[in-house]
Write a protein that binds this ligand. Structure first.
Ligand code: NAP
Length: 247
């Protein structure tokens, strides 16, 4: 039980990687506040968490693009959990298109959700994290934020920005004992990648040296490690989990 007594907030926890992180944290004994676009969407994840530990799970419907709503939800989560030790900014979207066809709306939606959303939550959570004896910020970016990808200029910009943002926060909060790190996944099997063309997937698989797509649990185990005492001397780092795709 590496996270016994720890209080964690995870955004984008209704499915995919966020759900796997919630379940992994629950298995390690953490008390959870989960966020998705509506609280109803979190019911199944919460039930899976409660199968692992019997603790109440706080569920919040929130659009992370709204800073006022993020402030209010973080405040409520801190009250409900009695503090906050771990924040995982995982909520994210894609709106893929070639640069020439990328609309203002597709650009803004991706930047506002993936980067602005993480900023909104992190700023709101910074005080409680500093009060914690083991504050941990874990931001879920992407290898695309490091190497770029044709058809994903908006997404790459948001994830590259998130990496730079996290390193800056790590430097600001280190003096208060808070670590801040990025996990950069490669190709993980979730709703986000399910809709991709079969040909695109076939090509992607060829570039993955371990010969398989990642599973949400591959990311969740690493997040649990970074959140635990075992990760206490790791900060301002980018942990790439991509089966060797960008090696
Ligand atoms: P997913 O299955 O599409 O789930 C996205 C999650 O984000 C959902 O819980 C969704 O909530 C939430 N969300 C989206 N917009 C939101 C908003 N405005 N406010 C609050 N919550 C919002 O995605 P995933 O594949 O698990 O990806 C999770 C993270 O990993 C993302 O940041 C993604 O960019 C990153 N990532 C994924 C991959 C991959 O291959 N899958 C690779 C690299 C990085 P609802 O259910 O309520 O819509």
């Amino acid at each position: 039980m590496k996270l016994q007594g720890r209080k964690a907030m995870i955004t984008g926890a209704s499915r995919g990687i966020g759900r796997a992180i919630a379940v992994a944290f629950a298995s390690e004994g953490a008390q959870l506040a989960l966020v998705a676009t509506s609280a109803e969407r979190l019911v199944d994840t919460a039930a899976m968490c409660q199968e692992r530990n019997k603790l109440d799970v706080a569920m919040f419907g929130l659009d992370v693009r709204s800073s006022a709503d993020c402030d209010a939800v973080v405040k409520q989560a801190v009250e409900k959990l009695g503090g906050l030790d771990i924040v995982v900014n995982n909520a994210g979207v894609t709106r893929d298109n070639l640069l020439m066809r990328l609309s203002d709306d597709d650009y803004d939606t991706v930047l506002d959700t993936n980067l602005r959303g993480a900023f909104n939550i992190t700023r709101a959570a910074s005080r409680p994290l500093m009060k914690s004896k083991a504050g941990r910020l874990i931001n879920i970016a992407s290898v695309v934020g490091m190497v770029g990808n044709a058809g994903q200029a908006n997404y790459a910009a948001s994830k590259g920005g998130l990496i730079a943002f996290t390193k800056s926060v790590a430097k600001e909060l280190a003096g208060r004992g808070v670590t801040a790190n990025v996990i950069a996944p490669g190709f993980i099997e979730t709703d986000m990648t399910a809709s991709l063309d079969a040909k695109v997937k076939e090509e992607a698989l060829k570039g993955i040296r371990l010969g398989r797509f990642g599973k949400p649990e591959d990311i969740a185990q690493a997040a649990a490690f970074l959140a635990s005492d075992a990760g206490s001397y790791i900060t301002a780092q980018v942990l790439v989990i991509d089966g060797g795709m960008t090696a």
